[in-house]
Design a protein around this ligand. Structure first.
Ligand SMILES: Nc1ncnc2c1ncn2[C@@H]1O[C@H](COP(=O)(O)OP(=O)(O)OP(=O)(O)O)[C@@H](O)[C@H]1O
Length: 226
């Protein structure tokens, strides 16, 4: 369970351009579930996601992960926690151009210093599960939009992270691929993983496989639907 208590986030604190991105968030995100953060542009979805994923710290408030307080941990612990606990699919997928699909999928495992052949085998398994094994040697810039997305998901799963974080994953996908994404996510939940997605795509928050929808507006939670 991920718990947030009275969480706030200010950008440019104390300056004329200060932004109150999150204003007193109290939220519980269940494990083994698919949770969607929805809301208009600028409502704080990405900020909330980045705090949950320990990529940034709250200005005030507490965040705990499975009962352990993470909001106060030193940076070295957070780096380790990010590597072992979270897999990320970014809005523009952030795949590295010039590298092959396989190399991209293997990248997050490099800092862990594992055996290269093991990592390669695991990457191929992930690609195979996402119907991409045949494209493993292609450069990522040669992939279609949906293939790029699946490559990003394979990369997010390389370290067997129990929590998958995805920021607007379907923003540039057609309906068939958006549905495919939901199928993949539902499969991950069936494996016991936790998925947290930001989206203003009704195809996502209206989908059957979604367990909870959290609605944000102006940095506050305005609705929670199961
Ligand atoms: N690094 C930053 N520095 C200053 N302000 C920021 C920063 N990141 C976000 N903000 C501001 O914080 C508020 C919340 O932004 P956030 O990106 O969390 O919203 P969002 O709901 O994800 O928006 P979108 O749907 O457009 O991605 C916005 O007003 C935004 O301009």
């Amino acid at each position: 369970m991920i718990e947030l208590q009275s969480v706030t986030k200010l950008y440019n604190e104390g300056r004329a351009n200060q932004v109150e991105a999150l204003r007193g968030i109290d939220l519980t995100v269940a494990r083994n579930a698919v949770t969607v953060l929805k809301g208009p542009s600028g409502s704080g979805k990405t900020t909330l996601l980045s705090l949950i994923a320990c990529m940034a710290r709250p200005t005030s408030g507490r965040i705990s992960l499975d009962g352990e307080l993470v909001s106060g941990l030193p940076e070295s612990f957070l780096t380790e926690l990010r590597r072992t606990t979270f897999g990320f699919v970014f809005q523009r997928f952030n795949l590295v151009r010039g590298l092959s699909v396989l190399e991209n999928v293997m990248l997050p495992a490099v800092p862990l210093g594992q055996d290269h052949a093991d990592v390669r085998a695991r990457a191929m398994e992930r690609l195979d599960a996402l119907d991409l094994a045949g494209k493993a040697q292609m450069k990522v810039e040669q992939l279609s939009g949906g293939e790029t997305q699946r490559a990003a998901i394979a990369r997010a799963l390389i370290n067997d992270a129990p929590i998958l974080i995805a920021d607007e994953p379907t923003a540039n996908l057609d309906t068939v691929l958006a549905e495919r994404f939901i199928d993949i996510v539902t499969g991950l939940r069936a494996e016991g993983r936790t998925v947290i997605i930001t989206s203003h795509d009704p195809r996502i928050w209206g989908a059957e496989g979604v367990d909870a929808v959290i609605e944000l507006r102006d940095g506050q939670i305005t609705g929670e639907f199961a």
